[in-house]
Write a protein that binds this ligand. Structure first.
Ligand code: ADP
Length: 323
């Protein structure tokens, strides 16, 4: 009978490990020498580049969701449009790092625009005087191009996005991330380590299947030390545009995001109702703030933005008093 191995086969110890390049699993690996030299343990130079580039950006906010389809991109665009519209002196930008599904060019109405490269970096596309966007969607020949990208290529693109876009001076940079926790999140949080992340806004719908995934997202934030600004419950109620009667489309059997926020000790930023006119307006790249100012969804986002601004400004005051 063949011998049964008593130990698990040895794997790559990882480039950051003390035994990198020295473990028996490293024998024959093409990267053995570089790992053994310790070069892989040095901090990624991209972290310093990102810090330098984002020095003039006051608040960096990640928009996260556990699942696709809960309205993360819609909320990113609405939060950004509202932040910019509330104060003409406030400079706002959106960075769309949802590499496999970049929706921002469509919802912000700039599909098909081109980004230009100059001596000082890539110039974002301007939606308003004080609202700009950079998205992988501008760089792909076909929308399906990035779907086959692997981790290192995505990582390189995120590093470039964070270090090479010439945003100018910004008050808010809102990052639209892919659903779940993926390579893109790890890359973004790693590169933003030096520049600092103000916090994450987590989008969910009220039903338990969505909330379960959000709990994982919150867990991820806590593990990588990203402060959580709060959660938004999207599509929480349906308000009929004609009769204004309300109906619960996704029943919140476990108390919805409000109860989850309480359980996990995070702030409930607000609920945004499901409004079919909003879906159409965003799909057509129109601005809901000017096209449908009476929508209860627009009013709800306005309240949420005031809470986010309040939290960010408080955070800024705390940082400057600690300095
Ligand atoms: P995600 O980015 O989470 O995948 P999207 O923002 O693309 O989700 O939204 C998915 C669909 O739901 C889109 O067609 C969008 O217009 C629609 N949608 C999102 N939020 C609302 C809302 N509050 N009311 C109506 N439709 C919405």
């Amino acid at each position: 009978m063949a011998d049964v191995p008593t130990e698990a086969p040895e794997h790559c110890p990882g480039t950051q490990s003390d035994s990198a390049g020295k473990a028996s699993a490293c024998a024959g690996c093409p990267n053995q020498n570089i790992c053994a030299s310790g070069a892989t343990k040095a901090p990624d130079p991209g972290i310093a580049l990102v810090k330098e580039r984002l020095e003039c950006v006051k608040h960096k906010i990640l928009v996260l969701s556990g699942k696709g389809g809960v309205g993360k991109s819609t909320m990113t665009s609405l939060l950004s449009r509202t932040l910019a519209a509330d104060d003409p002196d406030r400079n706002v930008a959106v960075l769309d790092i949802d590499i496999c599904g970049p929706s921002q060019p469509r919802v912000l109405g700039v599909l098909g625009e081109q980004v230009h490269q100059s001596g000082s970096g890539w110039s974002p596309v301007y939606i308003e005087d004080n609202l700009s966007l950079m998205s992988i969607g501008f760089l792909l020949a076909s929308p399906s191009d990035a779907v086959i990208w692997r981790g290192p290529k995505k990582n390189g693109m995120i590093r470039q996005f964070l270090s090479e876009v010439d945003w100018g001076s910004l008050d808010y940079l809102i990052l639209d991330t892919p659903p779940g926790t993926s390579d893109e999140h790890l890359s973004a949080t790693t590169y933003l380590k030096g520049a600092g992340i103000t916090g994450a806004v987590v989008i969910t719908t009220p039903q338990e299947v969505a909330l379960l995934d959000v709990r994982k997202e919150i867990d991820f934030c806590r593990k990588v030390n990203i402060p959580i600004l709060g959660t938004i419950e999207n599509m929480s109620l349906f308000v009929c545009p004609k009769c204004k009667n309300t109906a619960e489309i996704f029943p919140a059997l476990t108390g919805g995001a409000r109860q989850m926020a309480k359980d996990l000790d995070i702030e409930f930023l607000g609920a945004v109702p499901l409004d079919p006119l909003l879906a159409r307006c965003c799909d057509e790249g129109k601005n809901p703030l000017t096209d449908m100012p009476e929508s209860p969804a627009v009013a709800a986002v306005k309240n949420i933005v005031s809470r986010i601004v309040e939290k960010c400004e408080k955070n800024e005051r705390n940082i400057s008093s600690a300095e």
